[in-house]
Design a protein around this ligand. Structure first.
Ligand code: CMC
Length: 428
């Protein structure tokens, strides 16, 4: 195969190397384009732009393939756990039994947050969105660990292992505390439990009544988190890398990631799906009116479509099955699951969706699982953030450890006024 590509601008040819990834993905390396030709590439939304080289996650969107560090998501879902997958994503290898135990211990040790942070919760109105609280709290957390949030790369990296375990642990505690604060309930301190068991305990135990997980909620939640662990250069992860590229510490970078995740086109879609299914249910519709509205461009079918997947999102397949089994084990019938199945079927047979290659994505079924577990809809995107934390951390690490990494600073095409002279107030 040719290892260079040529761009012709006017009468001039410019030659550039072609970079090939380990899975055969190709990119024209245009880093010298502007210097050579005075021209830049324009790719609004970055649909054709490789922003980095990364060893973490591989997606083949045409064939619905997702692998972390080479391991297919289906195998991880079948055999691994959230914390083990987190270690794989962050450190590149499946951990030994001893290393996994040590990591679990480190996560457990970091479960509680500094009591000084309790008063931060008091400052939020009860109507505050949990994502606003989460983002602020993660950034504030850095203030309690100045040695880990120095913005001096060498120093921050020297504390990396501790910071990674701390964030994976405390993001879950902050999430549970946020829910309790909003409900006007007393905080429940972490206990000596496994990762998701501890989360459910901090969310749902009462001082007089210990939460008992007798329907496999912890297991379903673990799967949910694992399936969200990383997804290469999505909006929030790219944001984390962008912030990290300026030299910012891990706390600040993941806090920015939470903000980027919040919107309905990204992580906020899991909330929007449930709202959409509830609306369809309340209207007594079978979903066809919603599909017609989506086809006319009046609405988006939430949980459908993806920038990279032009096939079924492999995570949606796994979550669809998991939603059924958790509902079955609880003995709960959720009419929203039937609506979702009908909607999916109708969309998959409709030419509008077929021709645009729009398939269910990770958010289509995930909300049904969270709802079955008892997580309120407002907290759904926070749950996504807990799951995505390992991916954000791993991507921050790639930037911080790369001595050649440059600040991310795209260019633009200016379309505003050309030069004009300042007018005094009385002349305007
Ligand atoms: N419902 C109806 N039409 C859609 C949808 C949808 N969900 N998604 C895309 N389209 C149409 C879009 O209108 C466009 O049509 P046309 O060619 O006639 O103009 C065509 O499909 C191509 O879409 P696009 O807007 O160019 O796609 P994109 O890559 O810019 O956007 C997306 C991807 C995920 C933002 C979009 O599909 C969407 O808004 N989906 C609904 C929200 C959602 O489920 N988001 C979660 C994404 S996956 C997890 C995550 O990242 O958090």
């Amino acid at each position: 195969m040719e290892n260079t590509g040529t761009i012709r601008l006017g009468n001039e040819n410019f030659e550039f190397p072609i970079i090939v990834g380990t899975e055969g993905e190709k990119a024209l390396d245009t880093r010298t384009l502007r210097a050579k030709s005075g021209c830049i590439t324009f790719d609004e939304g970055y649909g054709n732009t490789g922003s980095c080289m990364s060893d973490i996650t591989f997606i083949d969107g045409e064939n619905g393939i997702l692998r972390h560090r080479g391991y297919p998501i289906e195998q991880l879902a079948e055999n691994s756990s959230f914390l083990e997958t987190a270690m794989l994503v962050i450190y590149g290898e499946l951990p030994s039994e001893e290393n996994l135990r040590a990591f679990r211990q480190q996560v457990r040790k970091n479960s509680s947050i500094h009591t000084g942070m309790h008063s931060h919760f008091d400052g939020f109105p009860s109507g505050a969105h949990p994502m606003a609280i989460l983002s602020s709290m993660l950034n504030s957390l850095g203030a309690y660990y100045p040695e880990m949030s120095s913005n001096d790369r060498e120093q921050d990296l020297a504390h990396f292992d501790e910071t990674a375990a701390l964030l994976i642990s405390k993001v879950r505690t902050i999430a549970a505390m946020t829910y309790r604060m909003k409900m006007g309930l007393p905080f429940v301190y972490p206990a000596d439990k496994r990762y998701t068991g501890n989360f459910l305990h901090m969310m749902f135990s009462e001082p007089y009544n210990e939460y008992v997980d007798d329907h496999g909620a912890g297991k379903a939640l673990d799967l949910f988190l694992m399936l969200h662990a990383d997804h290469e250069q999505n909006c929030s992860t790219s944001t984390v890398r962008m912030v990290a590229s300026g030299g910012a510490n891990l706390f600040a970078s993941v806090s920015a990631g939470v903000c980027a995740l919040w919107g309905p086109s990204h992580g906020g879609a899991n909330m929007a799906v449930i709202k959409m299914l509830e609306e369809i249910h309340a209207a007594g519709d079978d979903g066809s009116r919603f599909i017609e509205a989506a086809k006319k461009g009046e609405a988006k079918l939430m949980g459908f479509g993806h920038r990279v997947y032009k096939n079924y999102d492999p995570r949606a397949k796994i979550l669809g099955k998991s939603a059924e089994s958790i509902l079955e084990s609880i003995g709960m019938e959720d009419p929203l699951l039937d609506i979702a199945r009908r909607l999916e079927q109708a969309a998959l047979e409709d030419d509008y969706f077929i021709s645009r290659k729009l398939y269910p994505n990770v958010d289509f079924y995930s909300g049904l699982i969270l709802k079955a577990i008892g997580i309120p809809v407002e907290m759904f995107t926070v749950m996504f953030a807990i799951g995505r934390m390992p991916g954000w951390i791993a991507n921050w690490k790639e930037i911080a450890e790369n001595p050649k990494s440059r600040i991310h600073r795209p260019r633009q095409i200016y379309t505003g006024s050309t030069k004009r002279d300042y007018l005094a107030l009385d002349q305007r």
